[in-house]
Design a protein around this ligand. Sequence first.
Ligand SMILES: Cc1cc2nc3c(=O)[nH]c(=O)nc-3n(C[C@H](O)[C@H](O)[C@H](O)COP(=O)(O)OP(=O)(O)OC[C@H]3O[C@@H](n4cnc5c(N)ncnc54)[C@H](O)[C@@H]3O)c2cc1C
Ligand code: SF4
Length: 505
Amino acid sequence: MILGDQLNSNHQWFARPEPNAAYVLMEIRQETDYVTHHIQKIAAFFAAMRHFAERLRSKGHQVLYLPLDDPENRQDLGGNLRELVRKHGFQRFEYQWPDEYRLDRQLLQLIAELGIPAQAFDSKHFLTERHEVGDFFKGKKRFLMESFYRFMRKKHDILMEQGKPVGGKWNYDRKNQNPYDGKAPIPKPLVFSNNVSDIYQMIQKTSLKTLGQIDPQNLIWPISRPQSLKLLDYFVENLLPLFGSYQDAMTQANWHLFHSRLSFSLNTKMISPKELIDSAVSAWQEHPAQISLPQIEGFVRQILGWREYMRGLYWELMPELFEMNYLSHQGKLPQFYWTGETKMNCLKQVVSQSLRHAYAHHIQRLMITGNFALLAGVEPARVDEWYLGIYIDAVQWVELTNTRGMSQFAEGGLIATKPYASSARYIKRMSDYCESCTYDWKKRHGLNACPFNSLYWHFFERHQNRLANNPRIGMAYRTWAKMDAKEKRKTLAQADAYGQNLDQL
Ligand SMILES: Cc1cc2nc3c(=O)[nH]c(=O)nc-3n(C[C@H](O)[C@H](O)[C@H](O)COP(=O)(O)OP(=O)(O)OC[C@H]3O[C@@H](n4cnc5c(N)ncnc54)[C@H](O)[C@@H]3O)c2cc1C
Ligand code: SF4
């Protein structure tokens, strides 16, 4: 069995056709319905799976593919597997370890009931074993990404020179946090024109609930390995030279800036993290004048560091992570997360872009939508559902760790050493959103005061017990302590008023 995010054509399984084996892929309601997904995400997954199945067939493999609208489709893993074993008389079941805890547990239970021998295989995608990150941090109070990243650089000998980091420094984050000043031209994005009308019609026919927009004749996302490799080449040649410099920047004039948009190709395993790193590092070695060290280091850090780290922490912290809510937030997700209809320009831009393209880059996710949900006290489970549905690349092992851990501080500081909470000041510095907003980014209270400001202080005030002793946020509490009592009262009253009317903002 091959799951929808296991489309690794280089896996040992496919080295040669096995006359007595069939590969099973299935489109099932179990996976389309556990949250409401973006329509482009469903279309891209199904299109990539169908493409993968065709490719296997063309190489002489036998494939059993169950489309969503097949009358024989039982719509869940168990029902379909039991039926296939009965119908085809399979004597053995093999699968690749799922990356989601939910599926992992379901399969363990299923194989016990299937009545035939079963074996699980590594999906041969990641640079770490499932429990390697957990083992690395064994006995430590905090899981510092930086120390794991350095270990990975050494272990895989990437950007290293005689045991030391190339250039003498491990980290170039400080050089990589520029706002976009509009000077460097942003290359046009490489987008594809995949016709997924058949899948679109099937989605309509089966009344599947989805969110967001789609042009079914022009799905822009890569749905095959050749397209994924093209996107990788395009990134390395055109975007990597400025990737690091503007990786935290946001502008309403452009939805992708210098980001790779490779996460869907990676998360479906159409390409591997090692391929990405090798390709980017070779380009840097060949063109050091165009690609500086901070750019390549910034990119390697995302793949070799953050991505592997998040995946390892997921396995270390599940299933508890799924329930964590350190700050006891219980609020509802404001309605504008589903529509983009809000006067707050930053949220309007990021949510509308997400509905249009099923994509937002990291800082848009962390510092706009995530930051606001955190300040407004939204229940982490509601925030998770939204992130898990809306993005093209959303799969739980990476979504949950980023949302609960990094963005909502729901695990209490194991992953992020401090909450990623910010007032309008950060958004003003890193974007042009505030320039065309109804709200005034400078104001804490009063007419058209930016909601981020009062909610920011309210957040720190209401969580004093849990956060005031954190040395990384001492500055915020010192500023708050120095603030005039009347100013504090007005700010908190403004936050209360906004908090009670989030849907009207
Ligand atoms: C609240 C929140 C939710 C997120 N949910 C997801 C998700 O469901 N799926 C997902 O793949 N990423 C998620 N991310 C991480 C990151 O935002 C996306 O990987 C990135 O925006 C994808 O766009 P890109 O391919 O253009 O990335 P680039 O900016 O080009 O970065 C290159 C690659 O680095 C990796 N990467 C970068 N940052 C991270 C990170 N923090 N964690 C893991 N990998 C990282 C990704 O594979 C990405 O494709 C989330 C981040 C936040 C803050
Ligand atoms: S003023 Fe406030 S709400 Fe408006 S764009 Fe800036 S940060 Fe966002």
